[in-house]
Ligand binder design. Structure first.
Ligand code: AMP
Length: 279
């Protein structure tokens, strides 16, 4: 497995793979890899003959009051995990490699990125779109795999790919959860034992709402209220809970199963978790 730290080296590798008749998939991550990320390497392999994983904690998607400096790292372990999963390349750039000191160009999606997490984190998606566009130019993949866990992120990336004509297929891979239901996240490492236990209320509330829809409930406000009650009882205060159209992310008043999702973000003790479920 190749480990690259420069954009030029990853690009040259990708071009050479394609010249040899391979297809290339990119799995973008911020590292501190868990089973969710590793499942993407396997998913990527189903689509392409070569798989590159990027590991880069992107400074431009964090506001000054967020956890950029505290974000967990374990690069050596991550490289070993990628190798064990059969990745062909890992891209591990330093911030200076990705952002010249006087960088002054941004990629901004202006509709799907504004609500939900974008409302709480106004510069977040501009940073995500900019770094993902750069990774796409550097790695020149045929396919890129993103996680349903960040539901709004995938919608924004798909819109960017469509609007800017990136010749790249975007795969939305399912959420990987701990056995008890909590969506895996690198940030789960911040949870105290109490908060970890109480965090189960997020997935529990989403699954209960999904079951209610399967039993015939169609009113979005009723579902959202159910979820708020369950999470709040465990000390997780919702930033937002919304039944949305799964493509446009527009809030729905009435659920149309097959074309809807419930998105939520909750806070407790300064920590923020997101989760969602497709209906
Ligand atoms: P991150 O390293 O947390 O920025 O995530 C990198 C990619 O992995 C993003 O596309 C996330 O949506 C995805 N991801 C993170 N956690 C999960 C999970 N538990 N299940 C599925 N995808 C995930």
């Amino acid at each position: 497995m190749n480990v690259f730290t420069t954009a030029a080296a990853l690009h040259a590798w990708s071009v050479a793979q394609k010249r040899d008749g391979h297809t290339v998939a990119l799995v973008p991550t911020m590292g501190y890899l868990h089973e969710g990320h590793l499942s993407f390497i396997r998913e990527a392999r189903r689509h392409c003959s070569k798989v590159a994983v990027s590991i880069f904690v992107n400074p431009t998607q964090f506001a000054p009051n967020e956890d950029y400096d505290a974000y967990p790292h374990k690069e050596e372990d991550d490289i070993a995990l990628c190798e064990a999963e059969g990745a062909d390349a890992v891209f591990l750039p330093q911030p200076a490699e990705m952002y010249p000191e006087d960088a002054s160009t941004w990629v901004e999606e202006t509709v799907l990125s504004k609500g939900y997490c974008g409302a709480q984190r106004p510069i977040h998606f501009r940073g995500v779109c900019t770094v993902v566009a750069k990774l796409f130019n550097i790695a020149a993949p045929d396919v890129a795999v993103f996680g349903q866990k960040d539901f709004q992120q995938v919608a924004v990336i798909r819109r960017m790919v469509r609007d800017l004509n990136f010749p790249i297929q975007i795969i939305r891979a399912p959420i990987i959860r701990d056995e008890d239901g909590l969506a895996k996240s690198s940030r789960n490492t911040y949870l105290s034992p109490d908060a970890r236990k109480a965090a189960l209320s997020l997935s529990k509330a989403l699954f209960a709402a999904k079951a209610a829809v399967e039993a015939g409930e169609r009113d979005a406000a009723t579902l959202e209220a159910m979820i708020r009650t369950t999470t709040t009882a465990e000390g997780w205060i919702p930033d937002y809970v919304n039944v949305v159209d799964s493509e446009t992310l527009m809030p729905l008043k009435t659920v149309h199963p097959g074309n809807a999702a419930i998105l939520l973000a909750c806070r407790r003790e300064g920590l923020r978790l997101i989760d969602n479920v497709l209906l």
